[in-house]
Design a protein. Structure first.
Length: 320
């Protein structure tokens, strides 16, 4: 029997989706890919395959989970299976460089960014930002990995040459201009089926950790999933922006369609002059339950409904 396969490496981020699939009585299989194998001479089962592999899998001890997922997605696509967020989505998930180039292709402004490998090259890249604030971040990131704010190249030099320097898993560090929000917030736009669902305002006054997943809502820059906060979390950190619309949403939908991405969260920041800078495409998007309950909108429920619809379409196609 055809069913929905959820491909992932972190049970804490799939719990809400699994609950919704069960609520809708949809057949599914939880496919954990922290390690595994794929027989290339075998045909995959029939069904709908939803890729939820995360760029931050290495922080949970699953260093090669994206590589395994890439092999499985190629196998599924070779056999013409219905794949949600397939190989191209995974490519963008693990590379902010690819994300920024794709956004710019569609006329979407991104912050000035330089990618560098090597400490000396990193410092040389930062010289382009002398006299202004800038941040570092990892190319293969998620969870705010490597995000640090610097006031000068000298401050970066102390960090790079110190014991706390965080080496990116792929070796690529990004130096990026710091866009200052007048109200210390960013906006995350959620898409299901390639169409805009809702926008959520995220308060960034407490730091750069922007992951909305319930497991990540803690007072820690790097969001170690499962830890408890030492202090109460700001209950208003995530708030759905009712009635939000901006012409940029149409461009976002174009980017998703061109890259065969069905489910995603795209983040932007707006400066004091109203200019929008887009800096992240998250193809393993999560949702904040408190914000959704307050607004009466539920992302994982919509994802589950969408997967159910794709399963129904796929089943009908097989029956003909």
């Amino acid at each position: 029997m055809s069913k929905i396969y959820v491909l992932h490496e972190n049970n804490e981020w799939t719990e809400h989706l699994i609950n919704r699939l069960e609520e809708l009585e949809l057949p599914y299989e939880d496919w954990l890919l922290e390690n595994g194998k794929v027989d290339l001479l075998e045909a995959p089962p029939e069904g709908v395959f939803y890729n939820r592999m995360s760029a931050s899998s290495h922080t949970r001890g699953h260093r090669f989970a994206p590589e395994l997922t890439n092999a499985i997605l190629a196998w599924l696509e070779h056999h013409g299976r219905t794949v949600i967020n397939g190989s191209r989505a995974l490519q963008l998930e693990v590379s902010k460089v690819l994300q920024y180039l794709e956004l710019e292709k569609y006329g979407i402004r991104t912050p000035k960014t330089v990618a560098a490998v090597g400490k000396e090259e990193l410092l040389q890249a930062a010289e382009q930002f002398e006299g202004q604030k800038f941040i570092t971040k990892h190319n293969r990131a998620g969870k705010g990995l490597g995000v640090q704010l610097f006031q000068s190249v000298e401050a970066l030099k102390e960090y790079v040459e110190g014991d706390t320097f965080e080496e990116p898993v792929d070796g690529v560090t990004l130096i990026q201009e710091y866009i200052e929000s007048p109200d210390s917030s960013i906006t995350r736009c959620e898409f299901v089926g390639g169409k805009f669902l809702y926008a959520v305002r995220v308060d960034t006054s407490e730091g750069f950790e922007l992951c909305p997943a319930d497991a990540c809502t803690i007072d820690d820059l790097f969001c170690p999933v499962g830890e408890e906060p030492e202090e109460p979390v700001n209950p208003n950190k995530f708030q759905i922006r009712e009635g939000f619309y901006d012409p940029i949403l149409e461009k976002y939908e174009q980017v998703l369609a061109a890259n065969d991405i069905q489910i995603a969260g795209i983040e932007f920041i707006q400066d004091k002059n109203g200019n929008i800078y887009t800096y992240d495409i998250n193809t393993n998007t999560n949702y904040n339950s408190d914000a959704e309950a307050a607004a009466g909108q539920y992302g994982m429920l919509e994802v589950a409904k969408y997967l159910g619809k794709k399963l129904e379409e796929q089943t009908e196609k097989i029956s003909y």
